[in-house]
Write a protein that binds this ligand. Sequence first.
Ligand SMILES: *Cc1c(COP(=O)(O)O)cnc(C)c1O
Length: 388
Amino acid sequence: MSGQTIYADNAASTRLSAAAKAAMLPCFDLVYANPSAPHAMGRAAAAALTDARAQIAAALGCDPAELYFNSGGTEADAQALRTAAILGAQSGKRHIISTAFEHHAVLRTLDLLGQEGFEIELLAVPENGVVTAPQVAAAIRPDTCLVSVMFANNEIGTLQPVAEIGAVCRAAGVLFHTDAAQAAGQTPIDVRTQQIDLLSLSAHKFHGPKGVGALYARKGLCPVPLLAGGGQERGARPGTENLPGIVGMAAALAEATACLNETAAALTERRDWLIAGLSEIPQAVLNGDAERRLPGNVNFSFAGIEGEALLLLLDARGICASAGAACTAGAPEPSHVLLAIGRSPALARGALRLTLSADVTDAEIEAILRAVRETVALLRAAPGRNNQ
Ligand SMILES: *Cc1c(COP(=O)(O)O)cnc(C)c1O
């Protein structure tokens, strides 16, 4: 964007990385054949697909055969939950455990499964936004078929104890799914040591292209297809593969993984600078644990402020931020995530989420701090505002 615009909405989507873009370009004018085609150009496309699969498998610590490419996080979540539910039902297990602050892709799919006769139990989320393994252990029953707990929350950025939850689930013989759309490329993932059975990825959250993602399903777990058609992705996901998208996703994830520690350190420093600066605003409450959160996530509630008004004024000053999830922007209901961690509806409506990438400069952090301070003061001073 122009030099005037500051982009602090990376949890909603990210800029395509130069490496991803460069990797994608040949797919448009050279390697454009159908990967299933039995000729030289088809074989070249199939080889590019194989390379991408190997790159992503290396980043997650899985086998390439355990990856199923699809259209993104929403689809991966739906397929993961349906697969575990159908497998569970086959052995009479219809109890599913998840949490109250999952992404809507998970919550809405669970609503549907609830209507189809599954018993959905959503764990309460502690005030710091970190669900615990003992909470999960206490909820597991003999008829539990699935535990789904997100790796990192998309609004407050809190990191869940995935390895501990994985251990609890593995010991109990219950499948464990984690939505890693926000975590991938930002925090280390290793599906083996973290004992994850099913994991959702979305490329556009880690500087890959939009409309592409993947489901990891542990060997032996065959994802139940959501669509009928050709035999792509071993029958689990019919439809001609989105080769440019998949190649871009692989390049983006490889790059993010290679410089993960470096990027995380730089982002954490700026995140904590923002948190310290915004904490000085009267009646500002940080949402989510101060340390156990994604390196680029800042989420505050300001008492007496409407988040939507704050966003509009920040937008007018060239700052792209969010009140919470991008998909709920404009909706009058307060964030289900903030309500889940015990914020009042009023405080939940006064939320501001700033999510950084390595592109955000020190000068931009200073500009954000100045703009938020001034705008909150302006809104609080405005006559006729709703006193809460
Ligand atoms: C963005 C996101 C999704 C949805 O991914 P899409 O690729 O946009 O469908 C799911 N879960 C979480 C946590 C997300 O942040």
